[in-house]
Design a protein around this ligand. Sequence first.
Ligand SMILES: [Zn+2]
Length: 194
Amino acid sequence: MKFCSECGSTVTTAVPAGDNRPRHVCTACGTIHYQNPKIVTGCIPVWAEQVLLCRRAIEPRKGLWTLPAGFMENGESAQEGAARETLEEANARVRVEQLYTTFNLPLISQVYLLFRGSLEDTDFFPGEESLEVALFREEGIPWDELAFPVVRETLKLFFQDRHSGVFVPRVGDIRWKSDRRGEYQVRMLDGERG
Ligand SMILES: [Zn+2]
């Protein structure tokens, strides 16, 4: 941030009184511009044994498959956002059920909330951000062509839980290994694996 969104003056970086970390502070009006993590909301749309995935038409990870998800908008709930993203990316109507995975991505300051959901019909087609939208059975999931670690981890848990018949809400952290791009580490709240 270079300029204050309140008055247009330049901002500086300083630790405000009573705070413990550097913030963008306006040199003229004194407004402190806090920057906090963003919430990404989305869902796992299910139709019988199949899960709906979208192939991305936009960067990052263009051409790879993902669950419908995106940044939450002001004025909506996380579950409303999940349904909206499913409609925008796949033109699919979904009944959002329970929260399933919560993943923290501290290195990019994002929190993913992914809900389980039921498709209301199969009249879906690609939205502007998707090249293709399709239903996949577990054996057909394109594991090597998934866009994001959070999608891979959520789908792994989803099929694991579906086999056991009980969907357990999960919380985990995903961090990339600094030395090798693409490799990442997952730490679930109830254990660790990588
Ligand atoms: Zn200002």
